[in-house]
Design a protein around this ligand. Structure first.
Ligand code: ADP
Ligand code: MG
Length: 708
């Protein structure tokens, strides 16, 4: 049985029928909407044209009939508040119809706008509680779908005074910004057939799957998503026998059902495999328009958890659920595509196309360099701090990888030297054809945070639980800004080719410090990056403090992505979230140590003492070395743990939540986290010497290796 079962068993031959079967997509619209309404709908989707109410009424009614035929009884405006996850409030289609009967109704007004009572969503001071009203507005560019007998309508979420309270609106605005600026540049290159561009994204999603019964026994996983204690198991990932290994039957069954559920919702789930750490896996969809991809990634994460539960599993999306093995990230593959289907990062076949490719490439290079801080901020969270800079993940330094060939070409352009030594050819932009770079030669460096992979860029710093919206808001806006500067210059230039060449040269010269083709995991690189003046914000509070830097406020303002107030609200919400996460972790740790671990080891040492007495009653000379030494060690470790817990308790009690949010977050980072680490070390040592019968929690070994 499937979660959102249509009662049809999926076999491999009916995937095309099943695909998108729960989505009010293009095909359904074409079949069901009257011709003129369908045309108006298409216009709204393609050009963002507002829909008049009478058309919206027809669309709503058609949507409702289709939804009811497919088992829906309710509808919801589905939105993405700044909590990082999605929110929904369900209303039924029911309307009273005289004589105690009911009819099913859904109006255009209900489709276009909703009014959830939104006072409990974080707003970072944007909306006073007395003005709790927020409203949701339909995003017709992302298809509505049915899940759990409910029609889901993707929406944006704003306050009544118009401030943005969600992640979708700024994402749409950033797509608009890059569209505006890219179109200026494309026009100058004579692309008269192109009327719009959209950014595209394919996010690769990593996750852990563990047994649900074991999961339920770990308070740390239940409350915080990660293990706060846990001794290293005898075996971790050192044999590298899990990566791309054969998939276990329970996991296969989970993946199969997950694929089917995602396909029904129109998500192009494509690739799945085991990852490096035991119990770690990955799912990658085929890329699509950024805002749809962002919606789909949210659905994917949600369904991963739900489907896992059905299979007696728990899906962990935390960035670092286990300390001794790799954490989980998300790779944001990003590109720009024209409405005529051209990928702007596909190096062209003619000199003209090459020049255009190089100019867009330069915009990305400049954007990544000028806005390194924003990229880092877009992935900043308490969870991701445990991963970035650790061995398996890119360091907290943002840099770009272009591949040997492309870097060589850029060098040659900058210095005016010959690129092709044999032919002694100097590259002249707009005259010469660049050699083709193959994916193979560009994709080798897996350690770079921002890698060019042949015809797209792969940003690898995202944490597994991150919404991809933030990262893409930053990339889109930063690239829009660089394109704006280019367009300003080019529009005024007398000689287009020369001006273009000059921009490319200048950009390479001033931004080449961001390009690094070596091993990003090497300690040497961190030092080299510092010499180059690149920023290295190791922790979330350090990174976030730059969110409100003048240059960043100016950027968002200029491209109408965020107002100053909106940036400030995000800054505050993220800092507050960081503090909350660490406080919850600290409380959970205290509860585990004081109520489970210390009592358990105390009982165990009583057993050992009993054992000494009994042995001695049999033989006065019994040495009881094991028992004595263990009791001593337990006493020492538990005393340390107990005292550290008392200190942590004190710190938590003295937290002043009225204090400046940045100071509070810094306090958590500098004082709470190190103490928690110290307590963990005592606990892990205790685990290693305590009888497995007495230890109150499933161990790392149990958690990582029990799913078959
Ligand atoms: P790898 O594991 O080597 O990084 P994958 O094939 O797992 O590669 O993932 C590559 C991702 O990049 C897929 O989601 C794919 O759809 C996406 N992708 C490919 N082309 C583009 C593009 N033009 N724009 C955005 N994403 C793309
Ligand atoms: Mg990848």
């Amino acid at each position: 049985m499937n979660l959102y079962s249509s009662g049809v068993e999926i076999t491999m031959n009916n995937v095309p029928d099943i695909f998108g079967s729960m989505v009010f997509n293009e095909k359904v619209m074409q079949q069901r909407l009257p011709r003129d309404v369908y045309k108006a709908m298409k216009k709204t989707i393609l050009d963002g044209k507002r829909m008049d109410l009478s058309t919206a009424n027809v669309v709503a009614n058609t949507m409702k009939d289709w939804a009811i035929e497919n088992g829906a009884t309710h509808f919801t405006h589905w939105f993405q508040p700044m909590t990082g996850i999605t929110a929904e409030k369900h209303d039924s289609f029911i309307s009273p119809a005289g004589g105690g009967s009911a009819i099913m109704e859904f109006s255009g007004k209900e489709l276009v706008q909703g009014e959830p009572d939104a006072s409990s969503f974080p707003s970072g001071g944007l909306r006073a509680t007395f003005e709790a009203r927020g409203y949701t507005a339909w995003d017709p560019t992302s298809y509505a779908f049915i899940k759990d007998s409910t029609l889901y309508i993707p929406t944006a979420f704003c306050s009544y005074s118009g401030e943005v309270l969600d992640k979708k609106t700024p994402l749409l605005r950033s797509m608009e910004a890059i569209n505006t600026q890219a179109m200026r540049v494309l026009k100058l290159f004579g692309n008269s057939d192109v009327t719009s561009v959209k950014t595209t994204v394919g996010p690769e999603q990593e996750y852990f799957l563990i047994d649900r019964e074991l999961y339920n026994k770990r308070k740390d996983l239940l409350f915080t998503g990660r293990t706060l204690i846990g001794a290293k198991p005898p075996k971790g990932q050192e044999l590298e026998d899990h990566y791309f290994g054969s998939i276990k039957p329970r996991v296969t069954a989970f993946m199969k059902e997950l694929d089917e559920e995602l396909w029904k919702l129109g998500v192009y789930a494509k690739t799945k495999h085991n990852e490096v750490a035991p119990a770690q896996h990955e799912l990658a969809p085929i890329y699509t328009t950024t805002n749809i991809s962002s919606d789909h990634n949210q659905l994917t994460m949600e369904l991963m958890k739900k489907v896992a539960q059905k299979h007696g599993l728990a899906c962990l999306l935390h960035e670092k659920p286990f300390d001794c093995v790799n954490g989980s990230g998300k790779h944001n593959n990003w590109s720009i595509s024209t409405n005529t289907g051209v990928n702007l990062f596909e190096p062209g076949d003619t000199p003209h196309e090459n020049a255009q490719f190089l100019l867009f490439l330069c915009a990305v290079i400049a954007a990544v360099d000028d806005y390194q801080d924003l990229l880092r901020i877009s992935v900043a969270s308490a969870g991701n701090d445990r991963r970035l800079g650790a061995n398996e993940a890119p360091p907290a330094v943002v840099s770009m990888f272009l591949g040997e060939e492309l870097s060589g070409i850029l060098n040659a352009i900058e210095e005016g030297t010959a690129f092709d030594i044999r032919k002694k050819e100097h590259i002249k932009i707009g005259v010469h054809v660049l050699p083709r770079f193959f994916k193979d030669t560009t994709d080798r460096n897996r350690t770079s945070p921002f890698a060019f992979t042949g015809n797209k860029f792969e940003f690898r710093m995202l944490g597994s639980s991150d919404s991809i919206a933030c990262t893409n808001i930053m990339i889109n806006t930063a690239v829009a800004e660089e394109l704006r500067k280019f367009a300003d210059t080019l529009e005024k230039a007398d000689n287009f080719n020369e001006a273009c060449e000059q921009i490319i040269k200048d950009t390479i010269k001033s931004h080449k410090r961001i390009i690094f083709d070596g091993n990003g995991y090497d300690d040497e690189w961190v030092k080299e990056a510092e010499r180059r003046g690149l920023s290295n914000y190791r922790t979330t509070p350090e990174a976030l403090s730059h969110y409100i830097d003048k240059k960043n406020l100016e950027l968002f303002n200029r491209h109408k992505v965020y107002t100053d107030a909106e940036v400030h609200s995000r800054y505050e919400i993220l800092l507050e979230n960081y503090t909350k996460v660490i406080c919850i972790e600290a409380q959970t740790l205290l509860e585990m140590v004081k109520r489970d671990i210390l009592p358990a080891v105390s009982l165990y040492s009583r057993d050992l003492c009993d054992s000494i007495l009994q042995k001695r009653s049999l033989s006065k000379d019994a040495e009881c070395i094991f028992e004595k030494e263990t009791v001593k060690a337990i006493d020492m470790l538990s005393t340390t743990a107990y005292k550290d817990c008392a200190k942590l308790d004190e710190l938590l009690k003295n937290m002043n939540y009225n204090e400046n949010k940045l100071n509070l977050a810094m306090h958590c980072k500098d004082n709470l986290l190190p103490l928690m680490e110290k307590i963990r070390i005592s606990c892990d040592s205790l685990e290693e010497i305590t009888s497995s019968k007495c230890w109150p929690y499933p161990t790392y070994g149990d958690l990582l290796f029990s799913v078959n």
